[in-house]
Structure formats: C-alpha cells, structure tokens
Design a protein around this ligand. Structure first.
Ligand SMILES: NC(=O)C1=CN([C@@H]2O[C@H](COP(=O)(O)OP(=O)(O)OC[C@H]3O[C@@H](n4cnc5c(N)ncnc54)[C@H](O)[C@@H]3O)[C@@H](O)[C@H]2O)C=CC1
Ligand SMILES: O=C(O)C(=O)COP(=O)(O)O
Length: 630
C-alpha cells in the first residue's frame, strides 16, 4: 500500500513543457524542426528544384495533411504561399540578389530589398524581420542579433564565406545561419584563373597604359605559365577547380590543405605538401582557404621571407589571410614580383591603399562570384535554404546546426523524434529542485559504432531536456550552447547489440544522473533516472522506465502509474478517464515480479482534469503516478 508521502504524486502540465502553448503564435508555426517537433510524426521530403542544391527537409507530415487551414504554409499552384490570415514572414535582403531567388522569396513572404544600410539602420529594421539575406558586404554583428530581439530566425549568406557573420552570437540567439556553398565555385575558380593569366601578362597595366595614350611593348613583357609551379592553398571546392584548370594550362600544381584528403588531390595529379614546401617551391601561389582565426594573416613577413624570389600571388579567398602591409613590403623588396587581388581586409579598401595603388598589383572589387550564372544560382540556392528553414525544415547547408547528409537523415528521422521525446519525458520525471548536471545517452545498435552519426540525435535530446526547463527560446542551433551554459554535461556511448543491422539504432537509453525523481520507479539501480525507447514501424516508443519494461508509443500525453499487480487496475483507471471524456489511446503494463509491482503506461489524447488525476491517485492499489506531456 502506498505511503502518504509517495501517493499521489502527479505533475500538473507545466506551460513550458508544451511547446505549442509556450511559443508565441507567429513563432510556433515556424522553424518547427529547429524549434519544435514534439507533437506529431514526421516524414522526409527531398526537393531537387535546383540542380546544384539538394535541399533536405523533415516535414511534419500529419500537420501538412490535416491542418491546411491552420498551418501558415500551404501549397497553391505549386508555389509555397501563406494563408492570408497569417502574418507572412519578412525577409530582408541587404545586398543585390538574383531575380530568380527574389521571386522564390516573394512567393513565400514579404521581401524588403534595402541595400547599403548603415549598421544603425540594419539594427532598426532587423527587429521586424524573420530572415536576413546578405552577401559579403553586410556585417552581421552581435549588435544585429541583439537588436533582432529573438525575431530573426535565419541568416542566409548568398555565397560561401561566412566571416562577415558573428556565428557565435547567431548560435547564442538560436538563429540559424545557412550559406550557398556550391553555386559560385566555378565563378570564383574562373576569376582566379583570369587573375593568374592577366597578372602574368600585365593585361590590366597594359590596358591602362594604352588608354593613357601609350604604346609600351617592352615594358609589359610577361611571364609564361606553362611548366611553372602553382601552389593552391586550400584544396576545397574553389581550390580544386583552380587546380584542374591550371593543369589544363600546363602548370605543375601542388597544394597545401591540412584537412583535404590527399587521394582526392592525387586523383587529379596534384601533390599535397606542407605549408612551407608549398610556398617555398611555387612560382605562383593562389589562395583558397577560408578566413578563420587560424588563417588570419597567415601570409605575413615570416611567410614572405620563405617564398621563392619573384613569386606571384593571387587572392580570391579573403583579404584577411594576408597581412597587407607585409605584402607591400615584400612587393617593394622584389621578393614578391606581382600580386592579383580580388579581396581586401577592408572592403572597399581605403582610396589611398598602397597595395591597391601598387604598380605591380592587379585588383578587382571582389568580383569572384560575380557572374550572371553564379548570381542566379546563388540566389536560388539561398532562397530555397531560407524558405526551407522558415518552414521548419532542416537545412542541408546549415553552418551552425547539425547538418546531416540526406541519406543518413532519411534513416535517422524517426530516431530524431524519439530522441527529443525521451529528453522531454526524462526531464519531466525530475523532482522540482534538483538540477540536472549530467545526462548519458547510450545508443544501442548492431552496426559498427563508427557508422552512426549522432550529432543530430544528441542535439535533439539536448533540446528535449533543456526546452521544458528553460524560459528562453531553444532550438537545434542553441541547444548545445544553452546546455553548456546551464552546466549540463551530455555524454554519449555506443553499445553494439545483437539486433538487425537493417536498423541504424536498436534503442536509445537516456540516463539523468544524481537527480531525485518524481516517479521513484523511473530510477535505475544507481539512483539515476533511466528511460529507454525504440522506433517501431516508424513510431517512437517508450520501452523501459527504470527497471520496468513497457511498450507505449510516444505521442500525446502519458500517465505512468506504479501499482500493486492485481486484476482490474486497467478498468478502474480507464473508467475514471472515461467519465471525464478523456480518450485512452493505448495502455501497456510492465511488471518485475508477478502479483507484486507493475507499471501502467497510459496514453491519453486529451489532457485529464486535475480532478481525474486526483481520482487516479486515490485508487488504493496505485502507489505513485505521474502525468507527462510530450
Ligand atoms: N572572391 C569571391 O568572390 C569568392 C571567394 N570565395 C572564398 O574562397 C574560399 C574557399 O571557398 P570554397 O572553396 O568554396 O570553400 P571550401 O570550404 O570548399 O574550401 C576551403 C578549403 O580550405 C581548407 N583550409 C582550411 N584551413 C586551411 C589552412 N589553414 N590552410 C590551407 N587550407 C585550409 C579547407 O580544408 C577546405 O578544403 C572561401 O574563403 C570563400 O569565401 C568563394 C567564392 C567567391
Ligand atoms: O561566396 C563568397 O565567399 C564570396 O566571397 C562572394 O561574395 P559576394 O557574395 O560576391 O559578396
């Protein structure tokens, strides 16, 4: 029989545990995946609307089918439109974007094209924007995220380099950053080759000289490319395309990239070498690495001291990777013969910049991505990514959230839902005051542990745990950051079990350590709260609570009761709920020893009233129970 201290224990539904009730209406319907996946099953959608971009989405299928009237997004004439009664999302485009991309955006929301905004004006405008699309000219600083006051959900970078976006601040504010990484690759590579060839033959200088009325054939004798060594610094998308083209011009190509696989370079006849070897053997050095703290001013006095005398440098990456004063010194001393630069530390550079004015320097105003083709491609790529993110889909080009390849995601989708619901459920089992400091996730699978990418699952478990206990906005972007800030440590383990290798995961177990439980039966032997779940026929199920086996699908609301294992219990509880017109969707009983203790897990469609929950607690054989919202 239950003691008065353990019975009845029930948790009234807290507002923070219900994501739909806790979000302001304009936000709850958006960013469903980034923000809230807790209410219905999901399916996957792959869209191939642009050849260079595969946008990957997880959509709430039930919602899409059932709630055309209530969802802000519906399909009309093949276009994504917004129902008239809902506020359309506002997308601020702060730099010139291709018309095809703008068209896509206009079909979805209100588009405000305001170019050349001052930082102050950007901060003023941003408070009413759901998305911001930039190129390299807009500085998206912490100040911008602060000024957005939580309204801004996505920053889309219509291009590759995201060094103009404060990613840390974006993450802290839960703002997704997406980029368009593929559509301008060829344009940047072609511009690199154009600069290489025109620098070698003094095209820009000779052109200026002729326009000034001169005919200086002897002054502009160039150097040949064939047989010369080109060092490609950064063998990514652009670097490898430059290398391919330089090989076609008869150049020897070497590369330095600490992260690129050597066999990918070797496959096109390019040798991977150390930084020092690359810069000391090359006749031409072409820069294609991103600007990061590690690459900032990596070309400085020390590195110029190591280059071959008379080297020629091309930079279509970022101005910041070169110490520009050091480059001027190296040009003046003759160590560097020429430079061709598309990018600058400060853009536009000061009018009196010694580098820009230098006779042996060829400059272009950041034109690498500026071809008609690339701009249309980039505009479509970013518009699709931003619209997708605003619709709550997972972005394949997310820069500050877990990004999972399409084929992996299609397998993991139901486990993603399971992960979040286990987190959400476990945290509701924790007794009031005890803070959660440590969570352990065990992924049981028949597959090799290295085959399982758990970043997304981990982020969803974290979101599930943190969201109900946080009054700030939690999504996939800031879940990890917020968990760390709250001092929650999440560890992961993979356990190989004898199960079907067809399934990526056999089960997910979640343990919260050193916490008191509202529901004593959820505590495992060591005093931790422990629950486990599986995916069955695509539906997440709770399969273990503490040491009790149960089997209930994780949908809607859940009542967990521990009772003396005796006949008639299901009927008694069912009757109490029935009297209140609460529909029982499923029931499962798990016990350790026959006729002793059992756990009853009851799924209910409606939220039972306080009165009916009290009545359940008054059933003599029920020793403890808890009401949980998923
Ligand atoms: N001028 C322009 O208009 C354009 C400039 N870009 C810039 O070009 C750069 C490369 O773009 P993608 O090739 O698309 O990027 P990517 O990400 O495909 O390639 C970058 C490569 O740099 C490598 N890398 C990182 N740190 C390095 C280091 N310390 N030393 C050598 N390599 C390092 C990476 O491993 C990666 O392979 C970016 O900075 C991007 O912003 C890109 C497009 C247009
Ligand atoms: O994609 C990049 O990284 C670029 O540098 C292109 O910049 P832009 O969009 O032309 O301002």
């Amino acid at each position: 029989m239950a003691s008065s201290t353990t019975k009845p224990i029930f948790t009234p539904p807290s507002t923070t545990t219900s994501s739909s009730s806790s979000q302001p209406p304009t936000r709850s319907s958006l960013l469903s995946f980034l923000r809230n996946t807790s209410s219905t099953p999901i399916s996957l959608k792959l869209s191939h609307s642009h050849p260079s971009f595969r946008s990957l989405s997880i959509k709430n299928a039930t919602k899409t089918i059932e709630s055309a009237e209530t969802s802000p997004v519906s399909k009309v004439g093949g276009k994504d439109t917004i129902n008239s009664q809902e506020t359309k999302p506002t997308v601020l485009v702060s730099e010139k974007l291709g018309e095809a991309g703008l068209e896509l955006l206009r079909n979805f929301g209100d588009v405000d094209c305001s170019y050349d905004l001052s930082q102050e004006d950007l901060c003023k405008k941003i408070a009413s924007c759901d998305a911001l699309i930039v190129r390299s000219g807009t500085k998206v600083t912490r100040q911008v995220f602060e000024a957005a006051k939580g309204k801004l959900k996505v920053v889309g970078r219509a291009g590759v380099g995201i060094d103009n976006v404060d990613l840390q601040a974006a993450t802290e504010f839960g703002c997704l950053v997406v980029n368009a990484p593929t559509a301008n690759t060829v344009a940047a590579a072609e511009h690199g080759i154009a600069l290489l060839a025109s620098m070698a033959r003094n095209v820009a200088q000779a052109d200026a000289s002729m326009k000034a009325g001169q005919w200086q054939r002897n002054k502009y004798v160039g150097v040949s490319l064939v047989g010369k060594t080109l060092a490609v610094m950064g063998f990514g998308k652009v670097g490898s395309e430059v290398a391919r083209r330089a090989k076609g011009l008869g150049m020897e190509v070497i590369t330095h990239d600490p992260y690129a696989p050597a066999d990918r370079a070797r496959a096109i006849g390019v040798e991977v070498v150390s930084f020092d070897e690359a810069i000391s053997t090359a006749d031409f050095i072409s820069l294609h690495m991103p600007l990061t703290p590690a690459t900032k001013k990596v070309f400085n006095d020390d590195s110029f001291a190591k280059v071959k005398k008379g080297v020629r440098i091309i930079n279509v990456a970022r101005g910041g990777v070169i110490d520009e004063d050091a480059l001027v010194r190296a040009l003046d001393s003759g160590k560097v013969a020429q430079a061709a630069l598309d990018v600058f530390t400060e853009e536009p550079p000061p009018k009196d910049s010694k580098l820009v004015q230098h006779e042996r320097v060829t400059v272009t105003p950041h034109l690498g991505a500026s071809t008609k083709e690339a701009q249309e491609g980039v505009a479509i790529e970013i518009a699709e990514a931003v619209v997708g993110a605003l619709k709550g889909e997972l972005a394949a080009t997310a820069v500050n959230a877990p990004m999972v390849p399409a084929e992996v995601l299609s397998e993991l989708a139901p486990y993603v839902v399971l992960a979040e619901r286990l987190g959400r459920l476990a945290v509701q089992l924790v007794a009031g005051g005890s803070g959660i400091k440590s969570a352990k996730v065990v992924y049981k699978s028949a597959r090799d542990p290295d085959d399982l990418d758990t970043r997304l699952l981990r982020a969803m478990i974290t979101k599930g745990i943190i969201e109900p206990i946080s009054d700030s906005f939690i999504n996939l972007v800031n879940a990890d950051f917020t968990a760390k800030k709250k001092g929650l440590r999440i560890s992961e383990e993979r356990e190989v079990v004898d199960a079907s290798p067809e399934l990526p995961i056999f089960s997910i177990q979640l343990q919260l350590s050193n916490v008191d439980s509202k529901f004593g039966s959820a505590a495992s032997g060591g005093g931790d709260i422990s629950i486990e779940g599986k995916v069955k026929n695509g539906i997440p199920h709770l399969t273990r609570v503490g040491s009790f086996s149960v089997d209930v699908s994780l949908e809607g609301n859940l009542i967990l009761c521990r009772q003396v294992d005796q006949p008639g219990m299901i009927g008694q509880v069912g009757n109490i709920l029935g009297e209140q017109n609460v529909n029982v969707s499923f029931m499962s009983v798990g016990r350790t020893v026959r006729r002793r203790n059992a756990i009853m897990a009851i799924g209910v469609d409606e939220e039972p009233s306080l009165e009916s929950l009290k009545k359940i607690g008054e059933v003599p054989a029920i020793e403890e129970f808890v009401f949980l919202k998923l």
